[in-house]
Design a protein around this ligand. Structure first.
Ligand SMILES: Cc1cc2nc3c(=O)[nH]c(=O)nc-3n(C[C@H](O)[C@H](O)[C@H](O)COP(=O)(O)OP(=O)(O)OC[C@H]3O[C@@H](n4cnc5c(N)ncnc54)[C@H](O)[C@@H]3O)c2cc1C
Length: 217
């Protein structure tokens, strides 16, 4: 919640990590309560017409909104797929920048266990397997939730694409097989797994932007 703390990461103690009940959206809903603005949710913009003195936004359900200003924070993946029609088209330098920025994929697998095989330990678990085919689950984070024992596995790049093709049932089997390389059967009881699929989500189509080789201003 603090840009300063983000830079000084070493100052963040594990005890400072607080899971937000119900997810991040609850934090925003609280902030929104103090705003006078009207918020319209679950509404996909498909066209932005800036050609006249008043800007016209069209939504997927064909509603029209008229306004003097638009601040857009649409994810890069949406812009790269041209899912919003701009009239006139975005200026050429913007289009070049959008096309040249990298759109990476990172996902998380939320794995619940009957009992925490990690005991009272907190923080990160690194899985190290030199040259093994299973290098797609490199690191996991013990979710600080005392009742449900959840391990959040980070997956990125090629492994993340590969997992995105699989059902959660298939990922369960695969991850269970992976864990059995480290633990005996009786040491853990994997209940469920759930993979985020940000690269397939039609409101994001990607996880993060980065300067790839050849990125232009
Ligand atoms: C696994 C993972 C780990 C990450 N870890 C970190 C981290 O540790 N630190 C960090 O700083 N960042 C991290 N990030 C990145 C961070 O989540 C994003 O950078 C951040 O959420 C981007 O915020 P945003 O407001 O730009 O976009 P978003 O949060 O994606 O918001 C964009 C909004 O636009 C909406 N939208 C899309 N299309 C339309 C449309 N046509 N009309 C109307 N609305 C639309 C979407 O529904 C969404 O609500 C991580 C991301 C992932 C996936």
């Amino acid at each position: 919640m603090s840009a300063k703390a983000y830079i000084e990461e070493e100052d963040i103690r594990e005890d400072d990590l607080i899971p937000l009940g119900g997810g991040y959206s609850n934090l925003f809903f609280k902030l929104f309560q103090s705003c006078k603005a009207q918020f319209i949710y679950k509404t996909r913009v498909v066209a932005i017409d800036l050609s006249g003195p008043i800007i016209i936004l069209r939504t997927q359900d064909n509603k029209i909104y008229k306004t003097k200003r638009v601040i857009s924070s649409i994810p890069l993946g949406i812009l790269q797929r041209n899912l919003i029609q701009f009239n006139p088209p975005l200026p050429e330098p913007y289009q070049r920048a959008i096309a040249s920025i990298g759109n990476g994929i990172a996902n998380k697998i939320y794995c619940s266990f009957k009992e925490p095989f990690w005991g009272k330990r907190k923080g990160w678990i690194n899985f190290v397997l030199k040259g093994h085919k299973y290098n797609k689950y490199p690191v996991a984070f013990i979710y600080p939730e005392p009742k449900n024992h959840i391990l959040v596995v980070f997956v990125a790049g090629k492994g993340s694409y590969e997992l995105g093709q699989m059902s959660d049932e298939q990922i369960y089997k695969d991850f269970d097989e992976f864990l059995s390389l480290f633990l005996d059967d009786e040491e853990y009881d994997l209940e469920q797994v759930k993979l985020t699929r940000w690269h397939l989500d039609e409101h994001t189509f990607g996880s993060y932007s980065y300067y790839k080789v050849g990125t232009q201003k």
